[in-house]
Design a protein around this ligand. Structure first.
Ligand SMILES: C[S@@+](CC[C@H](N)C(=O)[O-])C[C@H]1O[C@@H](n2cnc3c(N)ncnc32)[C@H](O)[C@@H]1O
Length: 397
């Protein structure tokens, strides 16, 4: 398939090819005349598992298209300069441009419904909204759900937002009534006692506002957590760093000012979205879309978590503790509930799944093979999880 915009893409960078290609998954309702290619893998076909793998690859070869020339779009980096998209740094996200290209490639029309079962910070739905499409998103992480919903809000009058921000920023400090979970170790490592008190104070103050103002202010507060902490998001977890930490009030003033400026700019140059975007909290392995959406989803644009790469409950531990988690136990429950993208998540309950193509060779039982190779077992579970959500997706399309 050829795209007119390909010529604008930068030169290939070999180091990025595998990494980026791995993260993108998309299913589509194919546009008429779409041609796809899948290059065969250079594998021996001797063992039963490899034969099964080849059979599956043959069977589904028309369902995949490799676009390594789009690899730079499968990262959050292009969103960093985009209003609203950049309100919350979500390094695991993909770009608006990727969604725009896929929507064009799939031949979607205004009013169509796009679904993202791993909605993250809402990139798919935001881009869909811009293009006049309706969107439904699901994510298991409460912070993602909050951030995606907030970014997709149809904000009221800008003056009201400015005055709410002003009121919050001028509130005189008092000792907060609430506390962070005492048994989550990273909180005391990340924040000084003063910063914790300021953050909790501002969180309590945001609760005095009605939605959607409360959500606007709280999103601002969530967005500054990394900058007022001694941590840096580092893929797998939070890395402790030595850096100058700004006062919470100043960091908040800066982000709320920037968010309001974005809205003002969008009002000047854009139009109010007329489409609907719904974000639900849920597990993609147990698709929970209302029946009314069944058979009505025109495309699924999504990126599930990497295998053994990110533990979102650790990367977003600070945000989770400010937003919902009350204890270490809450954090552990969230960690276990995530798709098998890291070594601590749990197997999905009551799903015994046969994956013949992942058998590890004749004469070696899976269990005994795994005993010395935990990573392989993690991989197997991840694919079992993936099989669950792919089955769920099939019921939605
Ligand atoms: C790669 S990110 C998606 C980023 C998104 N494309 C964006 O641009 O913001 C994967 C998301 O899957 C979510 N996730 C992990 N396990 C899940 C599950 N079982 N069900 C639904 N969402 C899950 C994570 O919380 C994370 O937000």
């Amino acid at each position: 398939m050829k795209l007119a915009s390909n010529s604008n893409l930068p030169e290939p960078d070999r180091a990025l090819v595998l990494k980026d290609a791995e993260q993108l998954t998309f299913l589509e309702v194919p546009a008429a005349g779409t041609k796809r290619n899948l290059s065969p893998l250079p594998i021996a076909t001797g063992s039963p598992s490899q034969r099964e793998r080849v059979r599956l690859e043959q069977k589904y070869r028309d369902a995949f298209e490799h676009r390594l020339d789009w690899r730079r779009l499968v990262t959050y980096v292009p969103n960093k300069g985009l209003p609203v998209y950049n309100w919350f740094k979500y390094k695991e996200g993909f770009s608006r441009e990727l969604v725009v290209r896929l929507v064009r490639q799939f031949g979607l029309q205004k009013g169509d419904i796009v679904f993202d079962p791993f909605v993250g910070c809402g990139t798919t739905l935001l881009a869909a909204q811009e293009l006049g499409l309706h969107g439904i998103g699901v994510d298991i992480l409460p912070t993602s759900v909050f951030v995606a919903r907030a970014k997709l809000t149809k904000w009221p009058d800008l003056d009201e937002i400015l005055s709410a921000s002003q009121k919050l920023l001028e509130a005189p400090f008092r000792e907060p009534k609430s506390t962070f979970p005492r048994d989550v170790r990273i909180i005391n490592l990340a924040f000084t006692k003063e910063t914790q008190a300021e953050l909790l104070f501002f969180k309590e103050e945001t609760e005095k506002f009605q939605p959607p103002f409360r959500h606007f202010l709280l999103l601002g507060l969530l967005s500054i957590l990394e900058s007022v902490s001694r941590t840096s998001k580092d893929g797998q977890f939070l890395r402790l760093v030595d850096k100058k930490i700004p006062p919470v009030r100043e960091a908040l003033r800066s982000i709320l000012g920037r968010m309001a400026a974005d809205l003002s700019e969008l009002r000047t140059f854009g139009q109010e979205p007329k489409t609907k975007a719904v974000v639900r909290q849920g597990d993609a392995r147990e698709m929970c879309l209302p029946v009314r959406y069944e058979g009505r989803v025109a495309a699924i644009i999504t990126s599930p978590p990497y295998l053994n790469r990110y533990d979102y409950s650790r990367t977003y531990a600070l945000e989770l503790c400010l937003l919902t988690a009350k204890s270490h136990r809450d954090m552990v429950n969230i960690r276990h509930s995530l798709l098998r993208s890291h070594v601590e998540s749990r197997e999905h309950a009551n799903k015994a799944i046969e994956l013949p193509a992942l058998d590890l060779g004749s004469g070696v039982s899976f269990r005994s093979f795994c005993e010395n190779r935990p990573k392989i077992e993690d991989g197997h579970r991840c694919f079992c999880s993936s099989r669950c959500f792919f089955s769920s997706l099939a019921s939605v399309l």
